[in-house]
Design a protein around this ligand. Structure first.
Ligand code: ATP
Ligand code: MG
Length: 254
């Protein structure tokens, strides 16, 4: 089996509902399946697709990853298929290999965000094969046989992810503090992982007594503090796009 996909995160957590739905959808053979995962940047679309592919790799004969950011990257991906299969050296040759090879190949179109790209030009026009598309654009559902919106994580999974990412043991005390932190991060996986990386360096933060969530009057920042540190996240259009911590000093919070 050929696989050009990277593995999922080693600390992948949760998303069982979507993974089960994908398993169900791809379970029958002999027709072309297209599944779309759509949601905000950092919501975890690519990770879910990689986890599904990793768990189900025996279901597919060949697995191809296509960076779908631009027409140039798509064409490079398709050309690579042709070259790999010794079937020519152009994107058209790659598409021809896929349409002519009546097998259970899987094409993963990752980050298909640009609404000006017509994916129909790159989806093999045939009745076989399997396709996963990830996109920030829900309009991509027009291509889908089935789809899932990728929303915030379940609280329990976000807590587990933050603890793993911060290299902290799960105890009732760390879980309680972590539940407060992930609430402020809207359970968004990218923010949770960033927060974990930031917390990794200062495990003393977990000895804090209680955390107080605070919304900045301008609603641009949310912060949270305990006796020793302030946790800050910057919001843009309601999405938390960065996270950092500061040591607690009175002049920083007044
Ligand atoms: N289920 C998960 N378990 C562990 N980590 C996760 C999970 N989902 C996402 N992450 C972390 O969050 C980061 C962002 O996730 P991902 O790249 O899948 O988001 P995305 O929705 O594809 O974003 P974009 O629209 O920017 O491509 C990942 O690099 C990974 O570190
Ligand atoms: Mg992605």
């Amino acid at each position: 089996m050929t696989s050009l996909c990277p593995p999922p995160s080693r600390i992948f957590c949760g998303r069982e509902d979507i993974l089960n739905k994908m398993h169900q959808f791809f379970s029958d053979t002999g027709i072309q399946h297209i599944y779309v995962l759509h949601g905000l940047g950092g919501a975890g679309k690519t990770q879910i697709a990689l986890k599904f592919i990793n768990k189900s790799s025996s279901r597919f004969t060949h697995i191809f990853f296509i960076d779908t950011c631009t027409i140039a990257t798509i064409e490079t991906g398709l050309k690579n298929i042709a070259v790999l299969k010794d079937f020519g050296n152009s994107p058209e040759d790659g598409l021809l290999w896929l349409t002519s090879k009546v097998e259970e190949w899987l094409l993963f179109f990752d980050n298909a965000d640009d609404p000006d790209i017509n994916l129909n030009d790159y989806i093999p026009q045939c009745n076989h094969g399997n396709i996963i598309i990830t996109s920030r654009n829900p309009g991509m559902c027009v291509y889908a046989g089935s789809h899932s919106p990728v929303l915030d994580m379940e609280e329990e999974d976000a807590v587990a992810l933050l603890l793993k990412s911060a290299l902290q043991k799960a105890t009732s005390s760390t879980e309680q503090i972590t539940a407060e932190i992930v609430k402020v991060l809207y359970h968004l996986p990218l923010a949770v992982v960033q927060a974990g990386a930031s917390l990794r360096k200062s495990s003393t933060m977990y000895q804090g007594i209680s955390f107080i969530p605070v919304v900045h009057p301008k609603k641009k920042y949310r912060s949270l503090w305990n006796s020793s540190h302030i946790f800050c996240g910057q919001l843009e259009n309601g999405i938390l796009c960065s996270f950092w911590t500061l040591p607690m000093r009175s002049n920083l919070i007044h």
